[in-house]
Design a protein around this ligand. Structure first.
Ligand SMILES: [Zn+2]
Length: 172
């Protein structure tokens, strides 16, 4: 159904002599396939709301349960971070990706990190009380400059690369 609606919408845009350079849609498998094969000249970006929803679903499916219980309290922060990334990127895909990856450090209680564009979190300094209250992940691996390895396994970096940068305009 989604695919038919998508194709009809695109056809009516083109019939009106308009050109679609970027298509913002959800991550529906058939639409992704159609974009890759029939519309490879257009850029496919993922709608932030759908992406946030799908990441939440992915996190809730984490196994083992022990890891899920560690990650669960971070779900609202992770979903907020997706919106934050879209806004912060200002249309720059590299900034988008680095902002997204900063999450890996933040959730391990590291707020400055290596990067070309993004080298620190955007939040104000945390008070000792803030630090004590948070359930930081994997603090024993803080020295690892590549970030939290368990978090890497559940955060979909490839999808984030295609996040819609246009929501920034809608939100501001
Ligand atoms: Zn931080």
């Amino acid at each position: 159904m989604e695919l038919i609606g998508f194709q009809r919408s695109l056809a009516s845009i083109e019939a009106a002599d308009l050109t679609a350079g970027v298509v913002v849609a959800d991550r529906h498998v058939q639409i992704r396939k159609a974009m890759a094969t029939d519309h490879s000249d257009k850029k496919h970006q993922f709608d932030v709301w759908h992406l946030s929803k799908s990441i939440k679903k992915k996190i809730l499916a984490i196994k083992p349960k022990k890891l899920l219980n560690e990650v669960k309290p971070w779900i609202p922060s992770i979903c907020n971070h997706i919106w934050y990334c879209s806004r912060q990127a200002e249309g720059d895909p590299d900034k988008l990706e680095e902002t997204w990856r900063s999450l890996l450090f933040h959730i391990s209680n590291r707020h400055t990190f290596p990067g070309k564009i993004v080298t620190q979190c955007g939040h104000p300094p945390l008070s000792p009380d803030d630090i004590r209250k948070k359930k930081w992940l994997n603090q024993d691996r803080q020295a690892n400059s590549t970030g939290h390895t368990s978090a890497r396994s559940f955060l979909p970096h490839r999808s984030i690369g295609n996040i819609s940068l246009h929501d920034a305009e809608i939100l501001s």
